[in-house]
Design a protein around this ligand. Sequence first.
Ligand SMILES: C[S@@+](CC[C@H](N)C(=O)[O-])C[C@H]1O[C@@H](n2cnc3c(N)ncnc32)[C@H](O)[C@@H]1O
Ligand code: SF4
Ligand code: SF4
Length: 348
Amino acid sequence: MINIHQTYNFARCFLNYKVGHPTPFQVHFEVTDRCNLRCKFCDIWKRKNEEVNLEQAKKIIDNISEAKISIITLTGGEPLLRNDLEDIASYAKSKGMIAQLNTNGTLLTKERVKKIAESFDWVGISLDGLEETHDGIRGIKGTFNKAVKGVKNLNEVKGNCKVAIASVLTKDNYNELIPLFRQAKKLGVDFAYVHPVVEVSFSNPENFGVFPSKRCGVNLVEMNKFIKKLVKEKSKDYGFILVLESFIELMPTFIKGDVPRICDAGKLFLAVNPKGDLFFCPQLIGNNSFKMGSLLKSPLTKILNQKNMKKFMELTKNCRCLSLCTTGTSLTFREPLINLIKQSTKFL
Ligand SMILES: C[S@@+](CC[C@H](N)C(=O)[O-])C[C@H]1O[C@@H](n2cnc3c(N)ncnc32)[C@H](O)[C@@H]1O
Ligand code: SF4
Ligand code: SF4
């Protein structure tokens, strides 16, 4: 359940954005690069950043909290590989932030889920299709069954913690996503969301403006059919598929390669690597030339000074993406308040 403090933080960020003075709303904190899976579309596990320890993670959270950030997403790599993950999340929650977890779900064991449900407001578990497809994408057989077991384990004890499934749209799975969402609903999952695959090496400026039509590989006619089905499915239970219609409708243009630039990197959202370095957005975190500063050394608000912002705006001016954690957040803040209330009744 989202409390009054968290609602106030969200409302303040929303109003600041609407009056033209956006303040950072969400931070993605990649707490580890390590991962137990080898997904086709991800190369985070190849990175070798040192990880901050618990005490340093708390310092980073103090820094983030002083900048009045609303949501912290603990992600990775696979964050559950850290034994102190629950302590990091509880600390963030104690500072009034909404604590989210992104996980592949394979380590949501019976022993661990109770503490996870108490420490997080929200857990997003990756499921990219039915068994064979999911295991094919995730690179290791048995992953689907483990993730589904994780969903069940968490659902049994979730209390006020919301459980979502998160899918990455590719040519291999678009036909299976609606059946998957229906199955997830039967399992008692609260929400489902989906975004198209983005270029792995997006952090390389040479890839800016390169769209995943080949990687994603979905034929546009098929894609448009899928979009219509997804919008219809969403209309049956508005809050369950937690992706705005405005986002869904951008998917074909993204895949075709002419999506407009919708970017509030550095203004609405930021990202932190396992060493505590601050980046403009999660997509750029793999490239150290986008490092803005260290949250262990300087206050976040100081790192986001005018000079720094100008430099990064210039570096990314040709860059476009369509990701829920970036474009999805921007679109949310551009919606009329009434649509958000309609979308978010299930949060409360
Ligand atoms: C990087 S993972 C980290 C958390 C966890 N290991 C997991 O897989 O959920 C966070 C999210 O990014 C998604 N993701 C990874 N690579 C992607 C890509 N190239 N394009 C779009 N989403 C991607 C994952 O499926 C997951 O939902
Ligand atoms: S998407 Fe998640 S589970 Fe897959 S390799 Fe990347 S970090 Fe690991
Ligand atoms: S368009 Fe903006 S949010 Fe998207 S990858 Fe580029 S800098 Fe990040």
